[in-house]
Design a protein around this ligand. Structure first.
Ligand code: PEP
Length: 250
């Protein structure tokens, strides 16, 4: 049985005040949902504040991105070792906004995946097709290619200790949530494609759905056989929405 995981991706949002309000607002729901893992990915500058705020509750946290470099002349970067120092558990890698706005190729994503694991964090590997790719019926090929790029470098066994987030790009931040059937179809495909390489990995790996998840859509999405929770952007910034999404995974 895979534990459902509900993860908030706060993107470039927050103030010192709103970070505290948000964590205080969701902690009771996170603690009460004993069969659901809850995590947030704040901007790097708020990681220490979040680490302090979650010290006595069940919320986990991670980075939104890390460098492949550990230290040195890399202005503006955050290393996985720095993130780990604050007892973070996760780092996102390959989010479509990183691929799109920072030109992160599959090769860069694979190198980051390896660096994240090497330094004791769990990668949350984001994959998904654009609208054009969906409309030309290449969704399955796209997710396979994105996964293969990482497997070729990290090896299939590395996927025993990672999370996959299937996030159709056309659904991120657009309000257009994939239907539960559309999402389940791709999740099932990802799992069966992984099973061809390792049944252990396929059975174990949590595959999250991401793309305009709201409290109203969470329960139905998360009740699908191969959807193990969600990666949540906009709705993770609204206490009642995120609490509703946590409860939808119970
Ligand atoms: C995301 O940023 O990963 C995401 C899914 O965003 P949203 O929920 O806003 O679509």
């Amino acid at each position: 049985m895979r534990t459902p995981l509900v993860m908030g991706n706060w993107k470039l949002n927050g103030t010192k005040e709103s970070v505290t309000t948000l964590i205080k607002g969701i902690e009771a729901a996170a603690d009460a949902a004993t069969n659901v893992e809850v995590a947030v990915c704040p901007p790097a500058i708020f990681i220490e504040q979040v680490a302090n705020l979650v010290a006595n509750n069940s919320i986990e946290f991670g980075a939104q991105d890390v460098s492949t470099n550990i230290e040195g002349a890399y202005t503006g970067e955050t290393s996985p070792v720095m993130v780990k120092e604050f007892a973070a558990k996760y780092s996102l890698v390959g989010h479509s906004e990183r691929r799109q706005y920072h030109n992160e190729t599959d090769a860069v994503v694979a190198a980051k995946f390896v660096a994240i694991q090497k330094h004791g964090l769990i990668p949350v590997l984001c994959i998904g097709e654009t609208l054009e790719e969906r409309e030309t019926n290449v969704t399955k090929t796209v997710v396979e290619t994105q996964l293969k790029a990482v497997i070729d470098v990290a090896g299939i066994d590395a996927f025993e200790n990672c999370v996959i987030a299937y996030e159709p790009v056309w659904a991120i931040g657009t309000g257009k949530v994939a239907t539960s059937e559309q999402a389940q179809e791709v999740h099932a495909h990802i799992r069966s494609w992984l099973a061809e390489q390792s049944k252990v990995v396929a059975d174990k790996v949590q595959i999250l759905y991401g793309g305009s998840v709201k409290a109203a859509s969470a329960k139905e999405l998360f009740s699908q056989a191969d959807i193990d929770g969600g990666l949540v952007g906009g709705a993770a910034l609204v206490i009642e929405e995120f609490v509703g999404i946590i409860n939808g995974a119970k």
